[in-house]
Design a protein around this ligand. Sequence first.
Ligand code: NDP
Ligand code: MG
Length: 410
Amino acid sequence: MQVTNPELRPSGARSSSGIRTVTVLGATGSVGTSTVDLLKRGNGQYRVEAVTAHKNAVQLAQIARDLKACFAVVADPSAYAELKDALSGSGIEAASGEAAVIEAAERPANWVMAAVSGSVGLKPTLAAAKRGVTVALANKECLVCAGGVFMRAAAAYGATVLPVDSEHNAIFQALTAGPREDVSRIVITASGGPFRTWSREAMRGAKLEQALKHPNWSMGPKITIDSATMFNKVLELVEAHHLFAVEPEKLAVLVHPQSIIHGMVEYRDGSVIAQLGSPDMRIPIAHCLAWPRRIDGPAAKLDLAKIGSLTFEAPDMERFPALALGRRVLETGGAAPTVLNAANEVAVAAFIGGRIGFGGIADLVGATLDAAERRNATAEPQDIDEALAVDHMARSLAHDLLPEIAAKSF
Ligand code: NDP
Ligand code: MG
């Protein structure tokens, strides 16, 4: 896979008054509400420009009121009336539709949290990056679906991309310990999810409630299922490849069930620098919010004596076929990760809807990759529209393959 991105670099994200103007895309979600929590504790340090959601109008209106935001947007037009109603008398402007979400990203905030879930987050996140501001990037699909395009655009427009995903935030912090050319390996840790110790046969029959029980993290449903299949680590490998311009051979996954060490960087002299913290997304979000400084964080401070021991295991490619598919897309490069991501989104939605068994998720992703490769449809996307075209093509292939794979998965 080709390395395309620039170094992450500082920008003037804070105005001369010291007040940071922020926008939260995906404010009602898991990362969004953690961000909102930190903003509320900010004691006037932040001015909130815009907040967005999909259709959760009542919660969004409450967030907009609490944060005294200027603009609130629901992507789904059918939720507009409810939003407008819930904001009445507040003086907060309401809008709806995809274009309005992009407008929210384009409004003049100098720090934008990109926490919409899924590839629908691509266009608004890119719109924010094109303003050359700081983008706190939680939406991993931006990098998985169109990583080359996104990082090139961010560099061209002078945006600063700060990684919110806990592993990448950890690696970002550990990378300050030495020059980039002296990095020999980057290690992404994985909790192993709820099925870490299950046999492959038992996993094939896993129920939705079981897959949604993450041992350490509280997250949105899509990423929680991805943690159970370990597709989340695959997305994170691709994310790391683009964010840190690192070759796939230098990227490794290490299972660490306690989720205390979030990422490590090994340097050529053998030194390994790790970042540790409680498994609470408010730690990496606070890091991005204050960067390059630090702020007080509400997350529980780490008590290693109480935790007692940290353990590690090699990832099991046999029981977690997602990991082998991940290696395959990293080696193929181009749009292969885009195809994997789209097929996985279709598969996870089908699993949540009870239309495919747990083991069918990786089967469907593998079959979609085979079909896309047979069509020679994995060339590197040159722009967002090309990436989205591959995304749509892969979704349609996955939908076509779904009945056959689903039938074998129960
Ligand atoms: P959630 O599902 O909890 O929240 C998603 C947010 O996006 C909600 O605000 C939702 O609005 C909004 N949204 C959903 N669909 C659309 C749409 N079509 N148009 C506009 N907005 C939409 O997700 P998470 O917070 O868990 O994750 C967000 C992103 O961050 C994902 O890409 C995930 O991979 C990544 N991430 C998450 C982590 C976590 O700890 N949760 C950790 C690392 C990365 P509504 O409430 O109205 O549905
Ligand atoms: Mg993560």
